[in-house]
Design a protein around this ligand. Sequence first.
Ligand code: 7PM
Length: 276
Amino acid sequence: MELDFAGRLLDMSRCHVMGVLNVTPDSFSDGGRFNQLDIAFAKARQMVADGAAFIDVGGESTRPGAASVSVQEELDRVCPVVEVISRELDVIVSVDTSTPEVMSQAAKLGVGLINDVRALQREGALVAAAKARVPVCIMHIQGEPETMQERPEYRNVLREVGEFLAGRVRAAAQAGIATNNIILDPGFGFGKNLEHNLRLLAALEQLHALGHPVLVGMSRKSMLGQITGRDVDERLSASLAAATISAMKGASIIRVHDVRETIDAVKVATAVKGVV
Ligand code: 7PM
């Protein structure tokens, strides 16, 4: 039940919070790279103080229609942030990337988890992740980020997500990634409509049947906007409800923007689970 994230051990039978740290240019209003590094580090430090076990550093916007980023640009954005957080803070650094070069560089800089929303499907990603010798999160996605929300379609979303993830686990194992180093994620909002997302959340326990820790990310996502009618900046309460449900259903890691608030929600769920 314990996983080794580059020397930091964490019990996956309990629920932990991962703070989102975007280092895309649209996440900063102005300033050069040094200023941006300062801002990113300050945000990370605050999330650690608030109780985050992971900081997920991402330099490529996966928003539908977002401009793609060159490998060099992604490296330039992500590496300095990974390096300074690994060196200065008591936290597991995760890298949100599909780019093999970024996986390899980040591993040298102390990253403890590779988080790939494309499930290591890019050329060279399986090999790079295997060489990094850290746990990997494999997420389900239907289609490509640019077009995935155009017309998501499933015959049985639960079964198809499960089969996709099982197939990627097999591919990862063949590439030399230890199966006990694989975390699975149903990929809320990645090629799914509201009904698909709700079916996956309602049946989250079943994802455990595949025998891996589960990570979920629903923080501020449009599925919560569809349910509540609220804009992205007004979705904290809905995000906390989604986090609480996930924790009750056995998620090991919850990826969120609002760490401090989510920690309290997870504490309540963990306390309830502790008595049964
Ligand atoms: C645009 C679209 C901006 C989507 C940001 C996003 C997940 C993730 C993301 C997730 C894992 C967001 C997403 N979501 N990694 N990275 N699971 N493992 O809303 O659900 O944060 S990016």
